[in-house]
Design a binder for this molecule. Structure first.
Ligand code: GLA
Length: 402
């Protein structure tokens, strides 16, 4: 099991990589974490609420101005280096699209229009559904702003606020990079989590109003990566989005004022008699949104694990049966972990269709479940899962500025 301390990637590594690639020290360094979502899955693009935490693993971005008008990016984890002209930046279906898109999105916040040289080092597992791409976008935008000396204001934007930029604006710009530049139709959760999470807290984000607040969360979270190929995630995700849009369109014929699918009531769903599978998709979204609300209430009341666990388990069942985005491996992990002493509950996290599950409970119980879980998983699936024990970590930050 990998511990909470990450895997030894940090400022020193990204600075060394930058110096090796470009023959000088970087002007600025920023970092941003990956995330897991505690509860509230597939609610963000339906105007509902989510509750992610930042994980210990982070992406580090070192940056300087380019001296010849060409933008460049190197990565410690990816072999190929990218080069492009900032003025005609467009998606190249390469890993540096996230950097190029983030630099374009940063322009609107005062991040400058010139070419940049960038080095990236990350211990956020790639392709596991832990938001490695959101962490890269957010860290790149923060670095671009630091490079131009744009002051950061950690507080939410005041009405008519001055030149300081907020982390919320960074999150929205990172989301634009992902949706408009890279072309992935994701919701806003991942970029907001990476930018705004706080240590020891989960982020309660209402995706319709973008209202965010920190909720104390002191439990351990075990992340279990099934290491299943996730090739079908993008197309399955788009199919679900279309199904949710279709369900909303039908509901609006009865209630034109309905703002988002997550806002529908269970009664409205029953009355509308949506055709399958739209009925199941809508039922997941509406019930999941309620579970986020109940989970947050329970955290605020300092509730013991049992009720939180029931909500986590119910979320998984709903994702498995109604949203149909689980996988046999994810179901196996949840079944293996629930009903053990010290473990509150378990569910898939992120988009699903493979990727990771989370197990929530007492840290000691989580630690002791790992050896048995790993062996039994390997016997069942022919490979050992990756696991990380984490607690809520800090969101994005500037690590060194000019
Ligand atoms: C992916 C997307 C998020 C969110 C989750 C499901 O991680 O990037 O925006 O929709 O799936 O909750």
């Amino acid at each position: 099991m990998t511990g909470d301390a990450g895997e030894g990637v940090g400022r020193a590594q990204v600075e060394a990589l930058f110096t090796l690639a470009y023959g000088r020290r970087p002007a600025v360094v920023a970092s941003a974490p990956g995330r897991v979502n505690l509860i509230g899955e597939h609610t963000d693009y339906n105007g509902g609420a989510v509750l992610p935490i930042a994980i210990a693993q982070r992406t580090w971005v070192a940056m300087g101005h380019s001296r010849d008008g060409e933008s460049r990016a190197v990565s410690r984890e990816r072999g190929e280096a990218g080069a492009w002209r900032h003025a005609d930046a467009r998606a190249a279906h390469a890993w540096w699209d996230y950097v190029a898109g983030a630099l374009v999105a940063a322009e609107a916040l005062g991040g400058g229009r010139g070419a940049r040289e960038v080095a990236v080092a990350s211990d956020v597992p790639m392709g596991a559904g832990l938001s490695s791409s959101a962490s890269l976008e957010v860290a790149t935008i923060l670095a671009a702003l630091a490079l131009e000396g744009v002051p950061m204001d950690a507080a939410p934007a005041a009405a008519g606020g001055g030149a300081a930029c907020t982390l919320r604006e960074v999150a929205l710009a990172a989301h634009r990079a992902e949706s408009e530049f890279v072309g992935v139709a994701c919701g806003i959760m991942d970029q907001f989590a990476s930018a705004l999470c706080r240590e020891g807290h989960a982020l309660h984000l209402r995706c319709d109003t973008q209202e965010a607040r920190a909720v104390p969360f002191a439990r351990g979270v075990l992340i279990v990566d099934t290491l299943a190929p996730r090739a079908l995630v993008a197309s399955a995700f788009n199919t679900r989005r279309a199904e949710c849009d279709a369900a909303l369109a039908i509901l609006r014929t009865r209630d034109p004022g309905l703002r988002a699918l997550a806002r529908a009531t269970p009664q409205a769903l029953a009355d509308a008699r949506l055709p399958p599978p739209l009925d199941r998709r809508a039922r997941h979204v509406v019930s999941e949104n309620q579970r986020v609300h109940d989970f947050v209430q329970e955290c605020a009341a300092g509730g013991m694990g049992e009720r939180l666990g029931r909500l986590l388990n119910a979320s998984h069942r709903s994702l498995r049966d109604d949203y149909e985005c689980s996988s046999p491996e994810l179901d196996w992990i949840v079944e293996h972990c629930v009903a053990r002493v010290g473990i509150a509950g378990a569910r898939l996290t992120g988009a699903g269709w493979g990727g990771c599950a989370i197990v929530v409970g007492e840290e000691e119980a989580l630690r002791s479940v790992v050896p048995d879980l790993s062996h039994a998983f390997e016997r069942a699936w022919g490979r050992a899962p990756r696991t990380w024990l984490t607690r809520p970590n800090a969101g994005a930050r500037i690590e060194a500025s000019a």
